[in-house]
Design a protein around this ligand. Structure first.
Ligand code: ADP
Ligand code: MG
Length: 365
């Protein structure tokens, strides 16, 4: 538990953000619109969020002197990535309120703990088996079948740290490919589509979900998100109920994303939770330009102790990530009707790196 937050922050308060990527940048922009100041702490001198905030601390997450100064300067602390070291979160939480509560990180940093948490709530996931050593693989493959997906328990993102084991693939090669680390083996889900729910929960427990988003990945990296998802109202309701139950179970404060697979199940469909992100999420970027309130503002409101807005979507929306060299295409989008261009101001173009995104809004049919 962290220091008790004041009931409501005044609009002159300062929010501390751990992590200086595009999510921190967009959080800070939303905070600024509400008159709140931000202070970003990140070890990377080229952090994209540094460009848009009043104060920055360029320091390692283990630098206690820097963390101490950072905590003294802010009223509440939040994070834009889930791999905040536990020790950093505890150190800060002893000084200032950290929201969402760092206890959430222990669950969401570890795919095994996360899956156990979700199944413990009686919510479906892909079948999975814990893998502690390569010797566990053969029996696990017997349980989940092929194809299966071998994933490191920790530090995976954008498909890094995971390998699909299809027929003919040597499990030991897969184990070596993920660096021989503690892992989980998941049944491969032949999903019809992938969706996510971006849910915000305020301190009093009220939850507001954005309309369910449909996500397409390319090389395991999110490429396109569309809202609303092409699913029935009943599945959309069920997806929102699942996200709400997860948020309630964490006694969560802030924005959280729940990624799910929609899979055929007899004549109907089943929803399987794939991942929980205890933060704002790439699949919610459309909310900046196509909803009455953005996911970033909802997060800021929640951690500041303000009431959540009730978001209303403004049309059919598609968000397309500009990955790596695709950033060059932004110029063509600049004068397209109904299109908003976002550039993250990152210096180095690398393959698959999230450099910006484009949101296209069409009128509701
Ligand atoms: N069990 C699975 N069955 C089918 N596809 C999967 C499975 N696990 C992951 N994937 C695909 O890989 C993508 C990335 O996997 P995910 O577990 O979300 O890791 P991360 O986003 O942290 O890299 C998913 O969005 C999905 O497209
Ligand atoms: Mg994911």
């Amino acid at each position: 538990m962290s220091a008790t937050p004041p009931a409501t922050l005044g609009p002159d308060a300062t929010i501390g953000i751990l992590g200086g990527g595009q999510l921190g940048r967009m959080l800070a922009l939303a905070a600024a619109r509400l008159g709140l100041k931000c202070h970003v702490l990140c070890p990377d001198p080229l952090s994209s969020a540094f460009d848009v905030v009043r104060r920055v601390t360029e320091a390692d997450y283990s630098d206690h002197a820097a963390l101490d100064r950072f905590a003294a300067d802010v009223d509440v602390i939040t994070y834009e990535f889930e791999n905040v070291p536990a020790e950093t979160a505890l150190f800060l939480a002893a000084r200032k309120p950290v929201l969402p509560d760092p206890g959430v990180l222990a669950t969401t940093q570890d795919r095994l703990a996360e899956k156990a948490f979700v199944t413990g709530l009686d919510i479906g996931t892909a079948g999975f088996v814990a893998i502690a050593a390569s010797g566990d693989l053969a029996a696990a493959l017997d349980v989940v079948g092929r194809p299966a997906v071998l994933k490191t328990r920790r530090f995976g993102y954008d498909g890094k740290g995971q390998v699909t084991i299809r027929d003919g693939v040597d499990p030991l090669a897969a184990w070596n490919a993920i660096g021989g680390q503690p892992a989980i083996l998941e049944a491969f889900v032949p999903f019809e589509r992938e969706i996510s729910v971006i849910a915000a929960r305020e301190r009093g427990g009220a939850v507001a979900c954005f309309d369910v988003t449909e996500n397409e990945h390319r090389d395991h990296i999110l490429k396109t998100s569309r809202a609303p998802a092409a699913i029935s109202p009943a599945i959309a309701d069920e997806a929102e109920r699942i996200a709400t139950r997860i948020a309630d179970a964490f006694d969560y404060v802030g924005v959280l994303a729940v990624e799910m697979f929609v899979a055929k199940d007899g004549a109907g469909h089943a929803l399987l939770v794939n991942e929980i992100a205890p933060r704002v999420h790439n699949s919610g970027h459309w909310t900046i330009d196509a909803a009455s309130v953005s996911q970033f503002e909802q997060h800021i409101r929640a951690i500041a102790g303000w009431p959540l807005a009730r978001p209303i979507r403004r049309g059919r929306v598609t968000m397309t990530n500009l990955l790596g060299a695709e950033i060059e295409t932004y110029r063509a989008a600049l004068d397209e009707p109904g299109t908003a261009v976002h550039l993250y101001g990152k210096a180095g173009v690398r393959e698959g790196r999230k450099m910006g995104h484009v949101t296209r809004v069409l009128p509701e049919r």
